[in-house]
Ligand binder design. Structure first.
Ligand code: G1P
Length: 271
């Protein structure tokens, strides 16, 4: 059963400057809705009951977004506008499902995952990277089905242009299970074009086993002196943990760069 999700949100979002100078990138609107709400809706629709946010003291704005209700409560009571009341209740609905942990020094995704250890109760949990929006089809839901079917850890994936491999985690597979699912036998974080094992990239949705915590602890900092989840996954693969790459059906929108972020509003606006 996958009932818990974690979302790393401690990143500073420098790639989105100037928008992130005082603002948390995950709260920036995408076609009139804060980016994080797309991610939360995906989780909840996939059956997730509890979501752990990894934030930092610099990103306290995210916590305040969900905890402003004391201030708003009185004001909202007097409102007649159904849309406003609905949006307010929606935020409260999210709030009930969210817990917060802190990663005050940005030491990588692996380190962020480790901060959630004390909250994770089941054998497997979901992780979503908020820069990666996947629309039109619920990727988390599809991955949970893949996890159940193959009794394996799962990562979302897609083919990327060969000259962009150094932007992603890149994997190699050794077996095709079905049209969209592959058994991974190696994954490397942001390889050079020359050293990339393929042009198949990992996208920000993961179903990970709880055993990953131990592997993260054993890691030395990797690329850019950060602890990468990709490196911990490789350690698990070395120990024969089954990892399936799932080529998702939805449309991918990269909201982590300014160009991608601007484009995402345009695409969603046309739906
Ligand atoms: C992270 C992961 C990388 C993955 C990417 C997907 O990189 O480390 O393996 O391919 O997300 O968006 P980041 O975007 O944090 O640089």
């Amino acid at each position: 059963m996958i009932k818990q999700a974690i979302i790393p949100l401690a990143g500073l979002g420098t790639r989105l400057l100037p928008l992130t100078s005082v603002f948390a990138k995950e709260l920036l609107p995408i076609n009139g809705k804060p980016g994080i709400q797309y991610i939360l809706d995906e989780c909840i629709e996939a059956g997730i009951k509890e979501i752990v946010f990894i934030i930092s003291t610099k990103k306290l704005m995210i916590k305040r977004y969900f905890y402003s209700d004391l201030f708003y409560k009185k004001i909202i009571k007097k409102k007649k506008d159904q849309r406003i009341i609905h949006e307010y209740k929606n935020i409260l609905r999210y709030k009930k499902k969210i817990r917060f942990v802190f990663q005050n020094i940005p030491k990588g995704t692996g380190d962020a995952v480790l901060k959630t250890q004390k909250f994770i109760k089941n054998k497997y949990f979901l992780m979503l990277l908020p820069d990666d929006l996947i629309i039109k089809k619920n990727c988390s839901k599809a991955m949970i089905s893949v996890h159940k079917k193959y009794k394996a850890s799962v990562m979302a994936s897609m083919k990327v242009k060969k000259d962009t491999v150094s932007r992603w985690g890149i994997y190699r597979y050794n077996k095709r299970l079905s049209k969209r699912n592959f058994i991974i036998d190696g994954v490397v974080e942001k390889p050079s074009v020359k050293n990339a094992p393929s042009n198949r990239a990992v996208i920000g949705r993961y179903i990970l086993p709880r055993t990953i915590f131990k592997k993260i602890k054993s890691l030395k900092p990797g690329k850019g002196k950060e602890t990468h989840i990709t490196d911990a996954i490789q350690l698990l693969i070395d120990e024969k943990e089954k990892f399936v790459a799932h080529n998702f059906e939805g449309k991918y929108l990269d909201c982590g760069t300014l160009k991608g972020y601007i484009n995402s509003s345009k695409v969603i606006g046309k739906l």
